[in-house]
Design a protein around this ligand. Structure first.
Ligand SMILES: N[C@@H](CCC(=O)N[C@@H](CS)C(=O)NCC(=O)O)C(=O)O
Length: 92
């Protein structure tokens, strides 16, 4: 399963959501604003209160957890896509 900690107002999160859509990926979305319970969970999981934060549990031998939108997008394309990440995001 893919899980994304994010918030709606965050442009970096929007890039990641767009990539999820582009790759036609299902994911569990944890909208996590400051001072929320989900923020505390995020901090416990990743060590920082920053979004976007991706968790990928699809490979039981390799739990993936990462911050940084560009790293997440590269990872999603490498793992689930065929296109190059540079082709992924258009501003239109
Ligand atoms: N370089 C990071 C920047 C992420 C970032 O600045 N996220 C902001 C929200 S837009 C954040 O986590 N701020 C702290 C907070 O919301 O508590 C990325 O590309 O993912």
């Amino acid at each position: 399963m893919l899980e994304l900690y994010q918030k709606e107002s965050c442009p970096f999160c929007a890039k990641v959501r767009r990539t999820m859509e582009e790759l036609d990926l299902d994911y569990l979305c944890h909208t996590s604003v400051k001072n929320s319970t989900k923020r505390k969970i995020l901090k416990n999981l990743g060590g920082r209160e920053a979004v976007p934060f991706l968790i990928d549990t699809n490979n039981p031998d390799n739990l993936v957890m990462m911050y940084e939108s560009d790293d997440i997008i590269d990872y999603l394309y490498k793992t689930y896509g065929k296109k190059k990440s540079n082709d992924a995001i258009s501003l239109e």
